[in-house]
Design a protein around this ligand. Structure first.
Ligand code: DC
Length: 232
């Protein structure tokens, strides 16, 4: 990997897991750390999004957990880093953009709430983790998927800051929306992710909590890499 800044052999083969609510900065932070440490970035949310996209495309209801769990067993989801952008594939189809549409975002929480679907996902995510040198982020990577992670981080940020970040991201994508709408969407997703029956978003007892409200992305990255160097 081209941007590796750290060449400490003790960082090799480890698992770093990051959880936190929508907009806490998990994916941006995880991507940069993966690049700097030569790790694989596992975006578990993208896997739930890919399945949701597949369901919409094939007219499968988000409530049909039996069918979706079966579909997921046979679905080959892979990630590839092309020109610093992590691409997501279902089989040979590049679905990087398609999995971020508002339609997928609206339905993914329901798909992700099913126990059967989560079981299949978690097994697939554990497979990814077997090689080590992985940084995974999501809602249950510290509490369910990688309970054996070498470093567990929980990122949090104020709702104002998270909404502001989301507004900047959506504006960059050319999507017009209001702060009010974004705040409501974040609150709805927080509620859903934290109160669902199966694997709700919780804080692992051995996770290190970092409040990113007043931190830059660089600060977050430095902090986590320092923790990794101290911990491993
Ligand atoms: O992080 P994201 O917005 O791409 O996640 C998409 C959805 O998937 C979101 O509703 C939370 C859910 N999710 C989950 O339940 N477990 C994970 N490990 C990752 C995401």
């Amino acid at each position: 990997m081209k941007n590796i800044k750290y060449n400490l052999s003790k960082l090799k083969g480890k698992i770093i897991a990051i959880d936190g609510p929508a907009g806490s900065g998990k994916s941006t932070t995880a991507k940069i750390i993966a690049d700097q440490l030569g790790y694989t970035y596992l975006d578990t949310g993208a896997m739930y999004r890919a399945l949701t996209y597949y369901a919409i495309k094939n007219n499968i209801a988000p409530s049909d957990d039996d069918r979706l769990a079966k579909v997921m067993e046979g679905l080959s989801i892979r990630f590839e880093n092309i020109n610093d952008i992590q691409h997501v594939y279902i089989g040979d189809d590049d679905v990087t953009t398609e999995i971020r549409t508002p339609e997928v975002t609206r339905q993914v929480s329901e798909v992700a709430a099913h126990k059967k679907i989560r079981e299949v996902m978690v097994n697939k995510q554990k497979e990814f983790g077997k090689k080590g040198s992985i940084i995974a982020e999501g809602r249950d990577t510290t509490t369910v998927v990688f309970t054996n992670a070498d470093l567990k981080i929980y990122l949090k940020a104020s709702i104002e800051e998270r909404a502001q970040r989301r507004l900047i991201d959506l504006t960059k994508m050319g999507i017009t929306t209001s702060m009010q709408e974004i705040r409501e969407d974040i609150q709805r997703r927080d509620n859903y992710d934290s109160n669902r029956e199966h694997s709700p978003l919780t804080i692992a007892s051995d996770a290190i909590m970092i409040d990113t409200s007043n931190l830059t992305i660089e600060d977050q990255v430095d902090k986590i890499i320092s923790l990794a160097i101290d911990t491993f």
